[in-house]
Design a protein around this ligand. Sequence first.
Ligand code: NAD
Ligand code: WQD
Length: 333
Amino acid sequence: MSCILISGGFGYIGSHTATILSEKNHKYVIVDNFSNCKRDIVDKIRKITKNKVCYYECDIRDTQSLINIINENKVTSVIHFAALKSVSESLMNPFEYYEVNVNGTISLLRAMKLTGVKKFLFSSSAAVYGEPDFCPIDENHSLKPLNPYAQTKIIIESILKDIYEAEKNWSVVCLRYFNPIGAHKSGLIGDDPLSGKSANLMPEIIKVVKGIKDYLNVFGNDYPTPDGTGIRDYIHIMDLAEAHFKALDFIDKRNGISFFNIGTGKGVSVLELKKAFENVSGLNVSIKISNRRQGDCAVCYANPKKANVMLKWKSKYDLKQMCESSWKFANRN
Ligand code: NAD
Ligand code: WQD
């Protein structure tokens, strides 16, 4: 039976993906160093999947341990989530970002090479496109990193291209995620970073309704958009998780390297997301208009057609369902 190694499998996207893989009876083993997740995540995944969770507390930069884990579990493919993901942190501490994201990935790829595992699914990001020249963004859009975080993703994509050029029996997929929000329907798992680490829009909205913050800072209302606030492609975390299941099937069937946008193709403004959340929760989200955040663009949404056709994947959930699940998770935690 095949076994999937999930690096960073206790994080936001990894934990939701693990529940889908379990549902589809895929065997997996998680490798995580717990640097950005809480310990109770293990028990939560066990409760959802009604299965023991096989995992190792291990840093992806520890190549020898990865080799042992791959051999012990007869790993056949890898989904690589483990990374540092804060754009602002990456500007303040680029060294750490290159060290964990780039060196960590090289360590994992080396462990795969030494054990003969050649199927690799990589978490890339819409951040690789930088300020879009056009929307919806397709995969041929130029890559223009605006920060070290985005640069690490581009470097890793390039490394993967070179590996495939040298060894044509690799099968690699890079999924470029847009803006995941929402939570598992159980309300048990969701976007749950260690405190103070996340400043993305949905966690910020939740902080306001839970009274942790007095108001939501809306970063600019003078963008060239209908209501003046920034537009993004928010995608339900379970749709994103499902894309991994489809991509694994794709990887199993052919060698090569492919890049896919994973988004809904719909743009939603900050004020529209705030309104959708208010409608679902019945609560008011106070706002304060502040200056634009450095490095933000006005509009960014995906053209997901390539993934729709080639991965046979399409987003299913709407904005209301994204807000409902985020709110359920926030209430339970
Ligand atoms: P997350 O921080 O919630 O999860 C990452 C997991 O990796 C955490 O559990 C953390 O403990 C673990 N980890 C970090 N460094 C590690 C190391 N050196 N060794 C072992 N484990 C380590 O992040 P996420 O939101 O689940 O993102 C997963 C991936 O998707 C990342 O590569 C991220 O860059 C990418 N991504 C995320 C988003 C987003 O908005 N969440 C968007 C685009 C791309
Ligand atoms: C969304 C919109 C903000 C917070 C980031 C990364 C990207 C990817 C996803 C990893 C923007 C506005 C936000 C707030 C606000 N992650 N906003 N007040 O910046 O689109 O993408 O996460 O790969 O790489 O850059 O997401 O949620 O931070 O912002 O007004 O308190 O909400 O200006 O328009 P972003 P976000």
